[in-house]
Design a protein around this ligand. Structure first.
Ligand SMILES: *Cc1c(COP(=O)(O)O)cnc(C)c1O
Length: 396
């Protein structure tokens, strides 16, 4: 099952990814097509990125027009779409000041630096971070330093010092690590790579309380779980627990490389100042046009309402799978960010679903992750279940 175009230049790429043996050519809505024309139903969205699906006409046209006008100017100048994107993103995320980056890792770098800068201005002497086991925050030095998997950090040690790991959803383990050096606590309200683990209400509230009592900043990494995926624009809103700093990326640009970190006014007042931080490409007119347009389309097409309408059906169909198949242990997650935990190795299943024309992604702990474009309909869920069950029947 090797499609014809995959050899092109393959050995020239640094081998850091285990790719599936297909070369994709184009996409339409919920589907992508390989160079032989074979169709794949996409429940991966390029790692929860292409929320609007593929070939969204209005989105594409807007980007094409922007490319013909101007797409890079540097951050020495203003561009109208950047102000518009910043305003719309702050409105959606509940934050007050935003900085645009090129990726999620870079957004987390900025968030960590912002927290250190806040402590520096206030001369609190605080510099340590508390992060969670099983977390994923990226591959750059700062972001990998707060990533709660030993295997991601060990080959690169020494990483950024002063990071301690608590158990996710175990408030006592967090409290045990807080001291007068603690600068910030970083967590994903819904862990993605770590196996689709949803924070409890009590955990989110407890973290907020610890932060308030100790002048510690709460950083929510909403790079994967943000932008509507859990049924609210950002996952924190589902808990009603507002962080001090949020990091975003993935779906905010629908595939145009853009990320952001944003903070409340209260934090910004003491945090990064001119000259403290920057990014040559960060928030260029093309990236900002993408963010602005994605948020406009969210409103216009009532994407959030759609997510809340369609996700109970996904939950229902997945619960049926759990009841029916002995090899499925449980369903995890929320909204359109869900996982199935298996008792058998998932890499084989994942390989076979791709052959069957269904794209899925694995997560830690024998979990298969379902993060489809947010525009999916019930018929796509039925088609996904059908394809997955065909694979499970053959594997039995
Ligand atoms: C993907 C992801 C990142 C890293 O984003 P990149 O754009 O790959 O650097 C960070 N945090 C979370 C929660 C993610 O899912």
């Amino acid at each position: 099952m090797v499609n014809s175009k995959i050899q092109a230049g393959e050995e020239n790429l640094l081998h850091v990814y285990n790719r599936f043996p297909i070369a994709l050519d184009h996409g339409e809505g919920m589907y992508v097509y390989d160079t032989d024309g074979k169709e794949y139903l996409d429940f991966a969205a390029g790692f929860a990125v292409t929320g609007l699906g593929y070939n969204h006409k209005e989105f594409n046209e807007t980007l094409k027009e922007q490319i013909d006008k101007i797409y890079h100017i540097s951050n020495l100048y203003y561009h109208e779409n950047c102000g518009d994107a910043a305003r719309a993103l702050n409105q959606a995320s509940g934050m007050d000041r935003v900085f645009f980056t090129n990726s999620g890792s870079e957004a987390n770098e900025g968030a960590l630096k912002s927290a250190r800068r806040y402590a520096y201005t206030k001369q609190t002497g605080r510099y340590e971070f508390i992060a969670m086991e099983n977390s994923f925050h990226g591959r750059s030095f700062g972001s990998v330093s707060v990533t709660g998997h030993d295997s991601y950090r060990e080959p690169f040690e020494p990483v950024v010092p002063g990071v301690h790991f608590a158990k996710f959803n175990d408030l006592e383990s967090v409290k045990a690590l807080v001291n007068d050096k603690t600068c910030a606590i970083i967590l994903e309200p819904l862990q993605g790579e770590g196996g689709i683990n949803l924070a409890t209400q009590e955990f989110m509230e407890g973290i907020r309380q610890i932060c308030d009592e100790n002048d510690v900043l709460m950083i929510c990494d909403e790079i994967q779980c943000g932008m509507g995926r859990t049924g609210t624009m950002f996952a924190w809103q589902g808990f009603g627990v507002k962080p001090d700093i949020i990091t975003m990326a993935k779906a905010i640009g629908n595939g145009i490389p853009v990320g952001a970190f944003a903070m409340t006014k209260k934090v910004a007042e003491y945090s990064l100042k001119p000259g403290d931080h920057g990014a040559t490409y960060g928030g260029n007119p093309l990236a900002c046009t993408a963010v602005k347009k994605v948020l406009e389309i969210f409103e216009k097409e009532r994407i959030l309402d759609h997510i809340n309408k369609v996700s109970p059906y996904l939950t229902k169909r997945m619960d049926e799978l759990v009841a029916k198949w002995d090899c499925i242990v449980q369903r995890k997650g929320k909204g359109l960010m869900q996982g199935l935990q298996f008792s058998i190795p998932v890499s084989e299943i994942n390989k076979k679903t791709v052959e069957e024309g269904l794209l899925l992604i694995q997560a830690e702990g024998n979990v298969i992750r379902f993060v489809p474009p947010l525009i999916l309909e019930e018929k796509h869920i039925d088609e996904m279940i059908e394809k997955l069950e065909r694979v499970l029947t053959d594997s039995d």
